[in-house]
Design a protein around this ligand. Structure first.
Ligand SMILES: Cc1cc2nc3c(=O)[nH]c(=O)nc-3n(C[C@H](O)[C@H](O)[C@H](O)COP(=O)(O)OP(=O)(O)OC[C@H]3O[C@@H](n4cnc5c(N)ncnc54)[C@H](O)[C@@H]3O)c2cc1C
Ligand SMILES: *[C@@H]1O[C@H](CO)[C@@H](O)[C@H](O)[C@H]1NC(C)=O
Ligand SMILES: *[C@@H]1O[C@H](CO)[C@@H](O)[C@H](O)[C@H]1NC(C)=O
Ligand SMILES: *[C@@H]1O[C@H](CO)[C@@H](O)[C@H](O)[C@H]1NC(C)=O
Ligand SMILES: *[C@@H]1O[C@H](CO)[C@@H](O)[C@H](O)[C@H]1NC(C)=O
Ligand SMILES: *[C@@H]1O[C@H](CO)[C@@H](O)[C@H](O)[C@H]1NC(C)=O
Ligand SMILES: *[C@@H]1O[C@H](CO)[C@@H](O)[C@H](O)[C@H]1NC(C)=O
Length: 625
């Protein structure tokens, strides 16, 4: 038994050592055969050397969820040349291992951004700064995320269409969700809401704890129906659907690029290549190329048809503003010549959550402590064709519930709260992964979770997430240096109502914990006091309000920094065809165009956006010259 921990730590160590080279000397990594290749998982890195002043029909900036999808679809036509330019490297064995997903945040595959210090939230984080991770690797955030597959509510998309974005209603976007999906979901084989022949694998997580079974049963006892939350009706409870293939991560890279990259001479992929600005003809407001840095050298590529920004919710607005497209006053203050005044970065929505409540149970050996991973788990995960060990657990998340708070004024079929049932907490990895990834203070770990970790006490956590925040964040440039991180103010909980909705959610979670199925495993609230909330009576409303502002944990769904909307909309950056207002031959295709945050995790949405954009771009340029 002791051996297994060492096997896991050894793998982790090797992987992180390999990854950390990325920071010191990014392009060296490009030449190293990734660890995974030795075990037959991955091929050597892709680094193609750029040829200066090359021309491509389409230049896709950023190889994340949307960028990989779009580059793959556009290059299906052999007559179209496509360049995909990505700042990071390629995935390796570590990324493929779902249990280790939080560790990817500690490597060079994460941009590692932090929020500006918050006043109304992130009180449990060092310097009141919430960590805001983003993928910096081919596959983007889909290579470091938690792999939850969730599309959202039909009302979300109907709302987008009603706000002046024709083509984006639920009926119109559903085919694009389907186009990307290859479902292997037992029991849903006949569902019209799932496709079985798209590129992206979607599965139920095969590894399941008794804690998850008890939670699902208790939620049903509390009145939530069992549901397919990607199907007819979102409200209810379900085991989680994940973007994994045979229990291993299936990222945008593995789904869309890896299978075709050696077969398409018209698709050129560049890693460790960082775009610093767009080339724009100011008179005609036409984008005609990009400038990027690779191995310390500056290169220029020209676009014969379009430049498409898929650099993500932080990268795309940053590149626009560095190129003179953004809020006029801000750009002038930084000395960036204005090309087009637009409200870039002026809105940023996110799904904030409360990391808890945590419940202890009287089960044995269920919670995902790393120390419980056995050598057999590790070996069979890496060698079996269907990995179903603890290693396949997507960071411990096993079930989701969608429900309405008592405060909700929305129609009954539109949830405002989600629970993420996780067979663990900051204790599961003994404070080495999630705590550091989220920037939690040591004190939070020590006072709340350390005892649990020491005694390996079984427990689970219901993260309570807010779907429709009223607080709105913002992104802006610090200076005109393309290497300065964008400034990020998520502004969580600046509207008190958001706190009250989460408080409602916590109460609903407590109610579920009292149901017979959870009482049978002795579930009771972890009775430790959140640091900073000592002045309140434990588990009183005010105590929870304090806890909500302290354990404020992003679910990483930042969107809207290049918001879609009609020209008359003062918050819009792109139109319904994702073209930047006032510009030519320039689109944004990624999660930053989302006009209003949906009741969903945002990865599936980013796939859908790119699938739809591929159709629009093909329509526009025809299929021949
Ligand atoms: C830790 C974490 C956990 C998450 N968990 C889930 C989950 O479980 N389920 C879910 O649905 N969603 C989840 N999400 C959110 C989801 O993964 C993202 O919303 C989605 O991947 C966004 O896709 P995108 O294409 O907009 O951006 P990204 O996938 O982030 O891609 C942007 C790409 O552009 C590259 N780039 C940026 N700037 C430049 C530049 N200047 N030059 C070149 N390249 C550049 C980046 O390196 C990156 O590869 C999570 C996100 C994170 C970070
Ligand atoms: C927090 O409050 C201080 C003092 O009022 C203010 O200067 C700062 O801008 C606020 N920060 C945010 C992120 O709102
Ligand atoms: C399933 O996906 C394939 C590949 O993307 C697509 O051609 C097909 O139309 C999709 N089927 C449905 C029912 O959406
Ligand atoms: C890249 O350029 C920077 C700054 O010009 C320099 O410090 C660094 O040593 C260079 N790296 C390599 C590998 O040439
Ligand atoms: C590429 O061309 C640009 C523009 O002519 C030039 O500034 C740059 O130095 C060239 N880069 C390399 C690597 O030759
Ligand atoms: C919501 O309201 C119902 C009915 O008024 C009540 O029974 C329930 O306890 C409330 N739930 C919460 C979480 O406050
Ligand atoms: C767990 O607690 C419940 C409720 O007290 C009890 O019925 C059950 O027997 C306990 N199980 C174990 C294994 O101790």
């Amino acid at each position: 038994m002791m051996g297994s921990r060492w096997v896991l730590l050894l793998l982790l160590g090797l992987w992180m050592a390999e990854e950390s080279r990325g920071d010191a000397d990014p392009y060296l990594l490009d030449q190293i055969v990734p660890l995974g290749e030795l075990l037959g998982f991955q091929e050597p890195a892709l680094g193609r050397d750029p040829r200066n002043l090359s021309s491509y029909d389409f230049i896709v900036v950023g190889g994340g969820t949307s960028g990989c999808t779009l580059a793959s679809r556009l290059s299906e036509d052999p007559r179209r040349s496509v360049a995909l330019i990505e700042a990071g490297g390629v995935e390796n064995l570590g990324h493929l291992t779902p249990l280790l997903s939080s560790y990817t945040q500690l490597t060079a595959s994460n941009w590692g951004f932090k929020s500006v210090p918050q006043n109304a939230s992130c009180l449990g984080m060092n310097h009141r700064q919430c960590a805001l991770p983003r993928g910096k690797v081919l596959g983007g955030s889909s290579s470091i995320n938690t792999m939850i597959y969730n599309r959202g509510n039909r009302r979300d998309y109907d709302g987008w269409a009603a706000a002046g974005n024709p083509g984006w209603s639920y009926q119109e976007v559903l085919p694009y969700f389907l186009r990307s999906e290859r479902a292997h979901l037992e029991g849903l084989e006949q569902s019209p809401y799932h496709n079985h022949s798209g590129p992206l694998s979607v599965e139920f997580v095969r590894y399941r704890t008794k804690l998850a079974e008890a939670f699902v049963e208790a939620a049903v006892e509390a009145g939530l129906p069992l549901t397919d939350y990607n199907g007819e009706s979102q409200n209810g409870v379900s085991y989680v659907q994940a973007t994994t293939l045979n229990g291993r991560r299936h990222s945008a890279y593995s789904a869309y690029i890896q299978p075709v990259r050696d077969l398409r001479p018209n698709l050129h992929i560049f890693t460790f290549a960082r775009v610093t600005r767009l080339l724009v003809d100011e008179a005609s407001k036409t984008a005609y190329g990009v400038e990027f840095l690779h191995k310390n050298q500056s290169y220029v590529f020209r676009a014969l048809k379009e430049v498409i920004l898929s650099a993500g919710v932080f990268g795309s607005p940053q590149i626009l503003m560095l190129s003179g497209i953004g809020p006029e006053k801000d750009l002038r203050a930084l000395g960036i010549p204005l090309v087009q005044a637009l409200p870039v970065g002026r809105r940023m929505y996110d799904h904030i959550s409360h990391f808890g409540p945590t419940f202890v149970t009287n089960t044995s050996r269920q919670t995902n402590y790393f120390s419980r991973v056995t050598t057999t788990d590790v070996l069979s995960f890496y060698t079996d064709s269907k990995a179903d060990t603890r290693m396949s657990s997507i960071g411990g998340v096993e079930a989701l519930a969608f429900l309405k708070s008592n405060r909700s004024e929305l129609p009954p079929d539109w949830p405002d709260i989600e629970f993420m049932m996780t067979a663990g907490s900051l204790a599961s990895d003994e404070g080495t992964g999630v705590k550091m990834g989220a920037n939690f203070k040591d004190e939070v770990y020590e006072k709340l979770y350390k005892e649990l970790a020491k005694s390996e006490q079984d427990h689970f956590t219901l993260l309570v997430m807010l779907f429709h925040p009223r607080s709105v964040g913002r992104l802006w440039l610090k200076d005109r240096n393309p290497f300065s991180p964008p400034q990020l103010d998520p502004h969580y909980y600046t509207e008190d109502r958001d706190v009250e909705v989460v408080l409602d959610g916590i109460k609903a979670a407590l109610r579920i914990s009292e149901m017979p199925a959870l009482q049978r495993i002795g579930a009771r609230l972890l009775n430790r006091i959140v640091p900073g909330c000592e002045d309140f009576q434990f588990a009183s409303d005010d105590y929870w309000r304090c806890s909500i502002r302290t354990l404020s944990f992003t679910i990483y769904h930042q969107v809207s920094t290049c918001r879609m909307g009609p020209r008359i909309d003062p918050h819009a950056v792109v139109d319904h065809r994702l073209k930047v207002h006032g510009m030519r031959r320039l689109r944004v295709v990624d999660a930053s165009i989302v006009p209003v945050i949906p009741a969903a995790h945002t990865n599936a949405v980013a796939f859908m956006i790119a699938e739809k954009a591929a159709d629009m771009i093909r329509d526009e340029w025809g299929s021949s010259d």
